[in-house]
Ligand binder design. Structure first.
Ligand code: PBG
Length: 323
């Protein structure tokens, strides 16, 4: 063939391919989610999240030490609350003696250089399994925001670096920013779950916390998977309200949203490679359908290429050994 242009020349060898790679994963971009249980010695693998455990408060610190040593620098903590401690008013979220709050302090003492994220939403504490307060089957916005502000201040007091509202109530980022500032926590940041979709991919996470909604679904606050416009609107509002980072969640079914958000956002964009996305590859690999390492790294690379600089992923620890 009389071909002047042959793109394969740029793929001819490993050294050429490495030279021309446009996207590189770095451990500095990964955030490792940790499920925290109260009983210090708990170590309990989650059936639908193979390789991921609920860790007791002592075991969690040991596990995090190992993950830290592997090169991962950021962590997000989710408390596993026994049913007997869940209440309709989610009061546990505001308890300053809660094992979660004590754990934040222990964490910062042991790992002062690590970046600590905390999830701000009521679902782990709420007997309804919803992210906000519920009345007559409705999820209330403004009273929920009031609680989320108090919860954020409590987390900031305990040393959290970035509170991460994952609840999708309106106006919570601005209210949390004001609450943090009034309490003297100007340096505590907000990573907002700005574009969080009502997704089927959260089920293994809800297994981990036993936090599935006890009635209905989350569609009046989490977004409609058919929409992109409302993602851009939510992101714009959160930036105006003072978010330091914005997040798109889930990641893989929403790469187009990550890409559009990255084009518009003037703050760093994060994405949450959620539990169901992890589980799909894990179970496929366990059954011989996929190579886990290649599929996982391809997924993380795609999320990064789409425009997310910060990636929350259950693969963080394993990726540290692969990268
Ligand atoms: C709770 C919360 C959820 C996730 C993170 N924070 C679940 C939900 O909204 O129901 C999901 C994370 C995952 O699936 O890995 N507000």
């Amino acid at each position: 063939m009389d071909l002047k242009i042959r793109p394969r020349r740029n793929r001819k060898s490993n050294s050429v391919r490495e030279m021309l790679a446009e996207t590189r994963l770095s451990l500095n971009n990964l955030v490792y989610p940790v499920f925290l249980a109260e009983d210090p010695s708990t170590q309990n693998e989650i059936k639908t999240l193979p390789g991921i455990h609920r860790w007791g408060t002592k075991k969690a610190l040991d596990h995090i030490a190992e993950v830290w040593d592997s090169g991962i620098r950021a962590f997000d903590i989710f408390p596993v609350i026994p049913d007997s401690q869940k209440t309709p008013g989610a009061e546990g979220a505001l308890n300053p003696d809660h094992f979660l709050i004590r754990f934040f302090k222990d964490f910062k003492q042991r790992f002062p250089e690590a970046t600590l994220f905390s999830d701000v939403a009521l679902d782990p504490f709420n007997s309804d399994g919803h992210d906000g307060l519920v009345k007559d089957g409705k999820i209330l916005n403004d009273p929920s925001v009031e609680m989320l502000v108090k919860m954020s201040v409590l987390h900031a007091q305990a040393g959290v670096d970035f509170v991460s509202p994952s609840d999708m109530m309106d106006g919570r980022v601005g209210a949390i920013r004001q609450g943090l500032d009034e309490a003297g926590f100007q340096d505590t940041g907000i990573l907002s779950y700005s574009a969080k979709y009502a997704s089927a991919y959260y089920n293994p996470f809800r297994d981990a916390l036993d936090s599935a909604p006890r009635f209905g679904d989350k569609k009046t606050y989490q977004m409609d998977p058919r929409n992109a416009l409302e993602a851009l609107r939510e992101v714009r509002l959160d930036i105006e309200e003072g978010a330091d980072m914005v997040m798109v969640k889930p990641a893989l079914a929403y790469l187009d949203i990550i890409c559009q958000v990255a084009d518009l956002s003037e703050v760093p964009v994060a994405a949450y490679n959620v539990s169901g996305e992890y589980a799909m590859i894990k179970f496929a690999a366990q059954n011989g359908a996929l190579d886990e390492k290649r599929a996982a790294l391809e997924s993380l690379t795609a999320i990064h290429r789409a425009g997310a600089n910060v990636i929350f992923t259950y693969w963080a620890f394993q990726a540290a050994k692969w990268i």
